[in-house]
Ligand binder design. Structure first.
Ligand code: SF4
Length: 282
């Protein structure tokens, strides 16, 4: 089996930064249990387990975090009301929101101030989208597909459009085209992150060269899931696995070539383990 390793993949800038900030904040000795992450810091089980061993505890809300303790905000960002509440409670905040997500939040806030109806193209349930909407005092509307726009622009004479950072450019383009049919004044910001785009382009390129693909990363990671979809849409047999153990259970056989690619929240060592395992398979 020919193994082709993706030329881009693994931790993106925002994830690297979040993990570094978490490791730096990790408690020593007696201080164990005083650093909390609001939700899993990144969508990757082994990394979360490692951080947990170093002392980072996951909480789903602020109830379990006391004055003087530390709260890590993950790269997706959070609703600003949570930041306000945490500060009021005297909780020390380490904000690992990715600067590219910060940019979306700021742009959304400015657009609302300028009187635009803000539309965020993305997944309504995703934390990043929720955080961007939060920065508009929940005034922004979310469009997951062009069909959602009619309702989202109702009553608006001018619209500001942003995208969730991990969306595909092609899908964003469809939203832009549909929006121009509905509103005459549209301000568009391309907020799709280059790290996400370059990984998606690499997946497209590889899908023309291989019979099968292994996408390594968390099942709940938006960007990893998108990479797997690209291969699947190109009718490539795709294995989306979190680690080598899961791949072993897949019993993949009969493929002449395979592409291996890690998502933006997948550490390189997990992808390397997969490659080493594949090399043992003849
Ligand atoms: S994919 Fe882009 S926006 Fe998202 S965390 Fe990584 S660098 Fe930041």
């Amino acid at each position: 089996m020919k193994i082709i390793t993706a030329s881009v993949g693994g931790f993106c800038f925002g994830v690297k930064r979040a993990v570094k900030l978490a490791e730096k904040a990790c408690p020593k000795g007696q201080e164990q249990g005083k650093v909390y992450s609001l939700g899993p810091l990144i969508h990757n089980r082994p990394v979360i387990q490692d951080l947990s061993q170093k002392g980072v505890r996951i909480v789903n809300d602020l109830k379990g975090v006391r004055r003087g303790e530390t709260l890590l905000i993950r790269s997706h960002g959070v609703h600003p009301s949570i930041l306000r509440k945490a500060r009021k409670k005297g909780i020390k905040i380490i904000d690992a929101t990715c600067p590219f997500v910060n940019r979306c939040q700021r742009l959304a806030r400015v657009l609302v101030k300028e009187g635009y109806r803000v539309i965020v193209f993305g997944d309504k349930k995703h934390s990043e989208v929720k955080s961007i909407v939060g920065f508009t005092d929940d005034k922004a509307m979310v469009a997951e597909r062009p069909q959602d726009l009619q309702k989202a622009v109702k009553g608006a004479s001018k619209v500001g459009l942003l995208s969730q950072t991990t969306q595909s450019k092609a899908a964003f383009g469809q939203i832009v085209v549909a929006l121009l049919e509905l509103v005459s004044e549209v301000k568009i910001f391309n907020t799709i992150c280059q790290a996400a785009t370059s990984r998606q382009e690499e997946a497209k390129r590889l899908s023309k060269k291989v019979e099968s693909a292994i996408v390594v990363g968390g099942k709940n990671s938006a960007n990893t899931d998108r990479l797997a979809s690209i291969f699947r849409n190109a009718r490539i047999k795709t294995y989306h696995v979190e680690d080598v153990k899961e791949l072993k259970a897949c019993r993949m056989n009969g493929h002449k070539s395979v592409a291996v690619m890690g998502g933006a929240s997948t550490p390189d060592w997990i992808t390397k383990e997969i490659i080493n395992y594949l090399k043992t398979k003849k």
